[in-house]
Design a protein around this ligand. Structure first.
Ligand code: AGP
Length: 592
């Protein structure tokens, strides 16, 4: 996590541009913000908290110089304070560094540097980097070689940007296991953790690989390997427009992205032919194993139900952070499918690197050029466009769309692809009726605990509904397979405890309804998501989030999640929480 930016401009002041760029990365972390520019000296402004708060306090863009670096932090080492905010400097204050990642051996390096006389000002792991660079530069090495030598001593992950007054007008960037891209504009050059940060200035982007270093100066951009040899890199033209990463009249990115979901499903459906081609390239598969985290894990669970019910193909779903304990069970007859909106999640990348040693790998990913796309054998892109809200919404429904298309082609059930074309309309119907869900949200906003239940394909929907609630409202929400409640959690059901039940018409309907009756009998308040024509469900529910009665169970997950996203969003808004930047979270988790 954390977001970094660097830029070298011709005549313009760098600080306002850096500030604007780093605002686009705030989804990566918002514990603190900092900017350093280089003129005759290093000028730094940094402050704890979100950018808007820090800007009011210390006026971040008021710095001289037309080159510099900036950072938004998601704290790992050292609590979120001004002193722990990046950029970090060396003892002489001539070198400044911004860092995304973790230095695993920082304790050992810090003690060594302190013994050598270096004075540390923060509790971060990052601060060892400027001190190491200082050590090499004071021995007469140039900035580039000093960065290289420092990194030789560091174990861990990093995307770095470094400046020094001894070599003004130069930024050195380098990456290992944390994302870093380079932007080549007209007489202005950038580096950043992610493309939306620089889209306003250029759509010409270079994706750096692990172990690559970039040197930006007034004359342009040079990419080198860790031996200092120049590497030719391809320039990619980005199709996303800057507007796609703006709020477009909505109060928050999250609600804008919820509204973009019908379009995201439609655009992702355009991938059907590419997916068919990928399916034709698969070897002999006897087992599928999905690997993912968070919301992407929930999308994977839906994949399990589809693959097993349509093809009888044994399918497992493993949390990426737990994959190493199952890695030995993979073989060349296992297709391992990684689901990740960012393609940069550290747990997922670690698992991918392990799985590709034995098995065929496929990633379903939203971010073009992200690390996962370069590591896996096959890549399917979800066409959700940039997602800025920390809570995943449109990327989730796009992932589901890809998984459905994949299952349809693998099982030869192409009627499912036809049915997918109806889903955007089902979603639009819910969005047209969002005020109804807003009103339900108002009723329940002060309740401390929720249960979410569903069976079969609706069980992952219940889990995802509960995750959305937890993430953006800070209310405890627990998702359960409806039939599992009676094996323990039923003890927690009491008068007025809200139970959100996902009950589409179909095979699981009657059994879930029995579970609804069980909780009602114990005083629960039932909020159901089901067909608007389902009179029995209506009579069993205190509140119904009604869906088009035509939606059959197999297609229900993609549209049935929409009311639950809206429910969480409106509770968040009613509680005065910023749903785009929930506390303690970040969009992309690049630490294990
Ligand atoms: C979703 O709302 C969360 N922000 C989080 O659970 C996320 O899905 C998870 O970190 C995985 O991210 P990825 O899809 O980018 O790999």
């Amino acid at each position: 996590m954390c977001g970094i930016v660097g830029c070298i401009l011709k005549d313009e002041k760098a600080a306002p541009v850096l500030l604007d760029c780093v605002k686009k990365l705030e989804y990566r972390g918002y514990d603190s913000i900092g900017i350093a520019t280089s003129s005759s000296k290093i000028n730094i402004k940094k402050e704890k908290g979100k950018i808007s708060e820090a800007e009011k306090k210390v006026g971040l863009s008021d710095l001289p110089g037309n080159m510099g670096i900036a950072h938004v932090r998601w704290a790992t080492h050292g609590i979120p304070t001004r002193k722990n905010a990046h950029p970090h400097t060396d003892c002489t204050e001539k070198i400044a560094v911004v860092h995304n990642g973790i230095i695993e051996n920082y304790n050992e390096l810090k003690h060594q540097l302190i013994e050598e006389g270096h004075i540390f000002k923060s509790d971060t792991d990052t601060e060892v980097i400027p001190h190491l660079i200082e050590k090499y530069m004071s021995n007469g090495m140039d900035l580039e070689s000093s960065v290289r030598n420092s990194l030789d001593q560091i174990h861990g992950s990093y995307a770095l940007a470094v400046i020094s007054t001894d070599e003004p007008e130069k930024i050195v960037g380098v990456r290992k296991e944390s994302p870093l891209i380079v932007g080549k504009g007209e007489g202005k050059y950038f580096l950043a953790s992610d493309v939306p940060a620089i889209l306003k200035h250029t759509d010409n982007v270079i994706y750096l690989e692990d172990g690559e270093m970039v040197i930006l100066d007034k004359s342009g951009v040079t990419v080198k390997n860790m031996l200092g040899e120049i590497i030719e890199k391809e320039i990619h033209i980005i199709e996303w427009t800057p507007d796609m990463a703006e709020k477009g009249g909505f109060d928050h990115f999250m609600i804008k992205e919820i509204h973009e979901q019908p379009g995201a499903v439609r655009d992702t459906l355009l991938e059907s032919q590419d997916i068919e081609k990928i399916v034709s390239e698969f070897g002999d598969i006897e087992r599928i194993c999905f690997v993912a985290c968070g919301t992407s894990y929930h999308a994977s669970l839906i994949g399990k139900y589809l693959f097993e019910s349509l093809m009888g193909l044994p399918t497992d779903v493993i949390l990426a952070s737990e994959f190493k304990y199952s890695a030995k069970a993979m073989n060349d007859k296992t297709l391992v499918i990684f689901i990740s909106q960012s393609g940069e999640t550290a747990d997922t990348l670690k698992a991918l690197r392990m799985a590709k040693k034995t098995s065929e790998t496929l990633v379903v990913v939203n971010v073009l050029g992200s690390t996962a796309t370069r590591e896996a054998k096959h890549v399917i892109y979800t066409r959700a466009g940039p997602e800025i809200g920390v809570a995943a919404t449109k990327t989730y429904v796009s992932q589901l769309t890809c998984i459905y298309i994949l299952a349809a082609h693998m099982s030869n059930r192409l009627d499912l692809v036809d049915d997918l074309h109806k889903v955007p309309q089902y979603m639009s119907d819910v969005l047209a009726n969002e005020e109804h869900i807003h009103n339900i949200a108002k009723k329940y906003k002060d309740v401390p605990d929720f249960f979410f239940i569903g069976r079969g394909l609706s069980y992952p929907t219940a889990l995802e509904g509960a995750l959305k609630l937890k993430e953006i409202t800070y209310i405890h929400g627990e998702g359960y397979a409806a039939g599992e409640l009676k094996h323990g959690p039923l003890a927690l059901i009491d008068d007025g405890v809200p139970v959100v039940a996902v009950v589409p018409p179909g095979n699981s309907h009657d059994k879930t309804l029995s579970n609804v009756e069980e909780v009602r009998a114990r005083g629960a308040h039932v909020i159901s998501v089901g067909s608007q024509d389902d009179e029995i469900l209506k009579s069993e529910s205190h509140d119904l989030m009604g869906m088009d009665g035509e939606i059959d169970e197999i297609m229900s997950p993609i549209s049935y999640i929409v009311p639950l996203q809206l429910f969480a969003y409106y509770i968040s808004v009613e509680k005065g929480i910023d749903p785009d930047k929930p506390k303690n979270l970040a969009k992309c988790v690049t630490v294990e």
